[in-house]
Every structure is written in C-alpha cells, then in structure tokens.
Design a protein around this ligand. Sequence first.
Ligand code: FEO
Length: 170
Amino acid sequence: MLSNNMITKLNEQIGVEFESSNLYLQMSAWCAFKGFEGAAKFLSTHAEEERMHMTKLFTYLGETGAMAVIPALSKPQQEYDSLAAMFEQILKHERFVTAKINDLVALSYEEKDYSTLNFLQWYVGEQHEEESLFSSLVDKINLIGHDGRGLYLIDRELGKQAAMSAGAQN
Ligand code: FEO
C-alpha cells in the first residue's frame, strides 16, 4: 500500500510524463512545418514513448489500490529559434525529468517503500538512456547541423532512428 505522499508524487510524475509527450508532439509539428520530416517523425515516435512512461505509472497506481489522477497540463512551447535550440531544450527537459525520478527514488527509500523503489528502477535506466541519446544528438548537431547540408544530414539521421525504433516496437 502506498502512502498518500507517494500517491501524490506519482500522480505528479504522470503529469511530467504527459507534458513530455505533449512537448515532443508539439515539437514534431514545428519540425514538420519547417520541413524537417525526419526530426518530426523522430519526435512523434518519442512522444508515444513518453505516453507509455505515463501509462506505466497510471497502471502501477491502479495495481497498488490507489487511484491515478491526471493533473492539469501546461501548454507546450510552439516556436523555436532553430533545430539546435530545440534539441538543447529537450536535453534540459530530460535532465529535469531525471531529477524528478531521483526525487521519487529518494522518497521510496525514505518511506521503505521497496515495491515502488523496484518499480522506479525501470525509469532510472530509461532516463540514463534518454540523456545519453539527446546528449549525443546535441553534440552531433553542434558538430555538423547548423547550415543547410548539415541540417539535411541530421534530419536524415533522425528519420533513420525513428524508423529503427518503430521497427523495434513492432
Ligand atoms: Fe519519460 Fe523522457 O522522460
């Protein structure tokens, strides 16, 4: 059985994951509008992954006899100065999500809630992968992606990554 405090914090995390999903979906619309079709596909695929992160929390709360409550969600940013600035923002956002997961892990230790601690291990691993992925994408964009040809190559690479992760999910 979860403490009321843990239920509140897990519900807050539902909001964080949902907002991540909406943010990446909105970013995909900006990319499509600007002609970055590969980046658009990559981000819409990633938005689906974030929705899955939200659903896992939603299901876990239900399994423990608590009620999942979806909080009010903020409106995602719609305009970006560049693809590079957008990916810098994603990396910053993922670091924020990691901090939220770490807070949940700390709380589960504090409360000796080993079921939630075990559940959260998946998110710890996932955040490590996501930070590593976006950090390497930011590096690549900074290396080659600021002019026309570089941006074209980055967009193509992101399209390939989206196709690969879609293939891995099927
Ligand atoms: Fe679910 Fe990318 O954090």
